[in-house]
Design a protein around this ligand. Structure first.
Ligand SMILES: [Zn+2]
Length: 77
């Protein structure tokens, strides 16, 4: 499995506290886990799949959480 690009980690933009790397968990079919993805454009409903994703750019979302205030800062890379 390839390592994802890592966003630059800085202090919390709200309070200057230390942030920890993480991601938002998503439950997929078959009880498998995956990271939430950022998808380009407005969501379009599909009868079969819930939402249409045809050809839209997708990026895995990595989210930092501030230890001090809990603020979440997300990067789609
Ligand atoms: Zn903070």
């Amino acid at each position: 499995m390839n390592a994802l690009p890592t966003p630059t980690q800085g202090p919390c933009v709200k309070c200057g506290g230390t942030q920890d790397q993480g991601f938002l968990l998503e439950m997929a079919h078959g009880n498998s886990y995956s990271a939430t993805k950022w998808v380009a454009g407005a969501p379009e409903k599909s009868f079969w799949l819930g939402l249409k994703l045809n050809g839209k750019a997708q990026y895995s979302v990595q989210t930092y959480r501030c230890r001090n205030c809990g603020y979440l800062e997300s990067y789609a890379l």
